[in-house]
Design a protein around this ligand. Sequence first.
Ligand SMILES: [Zn+2]
Length: 245
Amino acid sequence: MYWQQLSTKEFADRVVGRADTVLIPVGSVEAHGPHLPLGADNLTPEAICQRIERGHPDRIVVAPTIAYGHTWELAKWPGTISLSSRLVADYATEVGQAMVAWGMCQVIFVNGHGGNVGPLTEAMERIAESSARVLLINWWLDFSADILSVTTGQGHAGEDETSALLAVCPDLVDMTAAQQNPNRMRWTGMKAQDILDRKFRHALTGNAKLASQAKGEAILNLVEQRILQLLDDLWADRLFDERRD
Ligand SMILES: [Zn+2]
């Protein structure tokens, strides 16, 4: 089900006391190279959530997207909108808390944007002051090993993300404009104005030229399988493996 498509009566009948898991796509409006749309980080999580919802349409509600994120490093590129980390954390917290109040026992942020990881982690802890379980899925990080079985590398608007967008919205991708960033940062845990043009040459990292729609389909299928397995484990309370060492 989709939260914003339900009437209040349908919500009362079909969600309250029945559905207990909400997927919240979270992204950003941000430069993604010369070849991808500004909404790339929203479009991919939305597509992932649609795939997951299909498997469990009575138990899962997909929430409206939190579409604006924290994107300090690309704020100067045309079209980028960056909110403060504090605001994203507060906003995501209050959205999540309101959903818990409507009976969501599992609140799952399906995030498409690296700059949101910090604020969402804070929001998770604040939402989890309730009895709800709160999860953060960063698809390109959590399933990196799977993704690297498909692509030669990863990057912001790079091979993996561009491939995903080619599968999600091919009409919005201009592969004739795809670029490679020749610079790979040795230490990514660093903030400074004077490195941004090298770190994000062409507003990307990695090599977008290597992307393909087939790779994107493969990535989305792998991510879908992983998240469906995660949900099965979560719902069955299979949250731990036993150590054998
Ligand atoms: Zn992105």
